[in-house]
Design a protein. Structure first.
Length: 301
């Protein structure tokens, strides 16, 4: 195959992700170059994503580059990818997942419990807001937008007492030392697809779909398919405080935990789990849809 062009956002983390895929393909003997793009989501920093169009704002420009033939593949943080791709596009693979947990980052406080009453915590994720309010309703939670470096700078300037970020991004950029604590799933259930990278291509590029199959981690692809099915069934978007995380059990079955909350803290957090065999994508997605049914039923299971 001639040169493979990867469309990527231009943040430091996005470039790391694209360069990671570039290296994997180069190891397999391919010539690979990057096409850096600025997305609408990168440009709008004064409003939360739920108010300006949601997750698709980070992928539209990349999909346009694929459609126009300026790029062959697009590398995404899977949690930024809408649950339903536009017609003509597919996920060619999901790579082995990094740490899916959320992380507390603070210059002064070592844990969530150590934060004083009324402390200012930064996040623009409605999921994180709902989960934080369920655990610490006394905290003052303020919006936090921008790429990872921008968020850390705002923390270091004293605008926040703590911020919550994905552990995966910090680890990928060698910033693991900034993590005060990585939350367990019982405290902060991750977003669907968190920590995973997905590669998107045009559906008619059968050559690329076959090639990229060698990069896939089947277990993590099935896990994230189940998580994304929860979100899809619930109409998931950035305007929905929804968490979903799947884990393989010792007996080979897949367990999915999901949570649904109110970012204003006016209603109780609903948490559910479901367990089933998931040897293929249909079974994994059926498990996710079942978890969504349990959420809609208010957690009765």
């Amino acid at each position: 195959m001639s040169n493979i062009v990867i469309a990527t956002r231009e943040s430091r983390l996005a470039l790391w992700q694209a360069e990671h895929v570039q290296a994997l393909l180069q190891e397999r003997g391919h010539t690979v170059s990057l096409l850096g793009l600025t997305t609408t989501g990168d440009q709008i920093l004064d409003r939360t994503l739920s108010k300006v169009g949601g997750k698709g704002l980070f992928v539209k420009e990349l999909e346009l580059a694929l459609e126009e033939g300026r790029a062959d593949i697009a590398v995404h943080s899977l949690k930024d990818v809408p649950m339903d791709l536009p017609e003509g596009f597919v996920l060619a693979c999901v790579l082995e997942r990094e740490d899916p947990r959320d992380a507390l980052v603070s210059s002064r406080y070592e844990s969530l419990d150590a934060l004083p009453q009324g402390a200012v915590v930064g996040t623009s994720s409605l999921r994180r807001v709902a989960l934080l309010r369920a655990r610490r309703p006394d905290l003052r939670i303020e919006p936090l937008r921008g790429n990872l470096d921008t968020r850390l700078r705002k923390l270091d300037e004293g605008q926040y007492d703590a911020i919550v970020l994905a552990a995966a991004g910090l680890k990928r950029l060698g910033l693991e030392g900034r993590i005060r604590v990585a939350f367990d799933a019982d405290t902060m259930l991750p977003a669907a697809g968190q920590g995973a990278l997905g590669i998107e291509v045009r559906a008619d590029r059968k050559d690329l779909i076959e090639l990229l199959g060698s990069l896939a981690h089947r277990g993590d692809w099935l896990s994230t398919a189940a998580e994304r099915a929860v979100s899809r069934a619930m109409g998931g978007s950035c305007s929905m405080p929804l968490a979903a995380h799947a884990r393989w059990q010792a007996d080979g079955s897949l367990r999915i935990d999901a949570a649904w909350g109110d970012p204003e803290g006016n209603t109780a957090l609903v948490k559910v789990h479901a367990l089933a065999a998931a040897g293929d994508f249909a079974q994994a997605e059926a498990l996710g849809e079942h978890a969504a049914e349990l959420l809609r039923a208010g957690g009765a299971h």
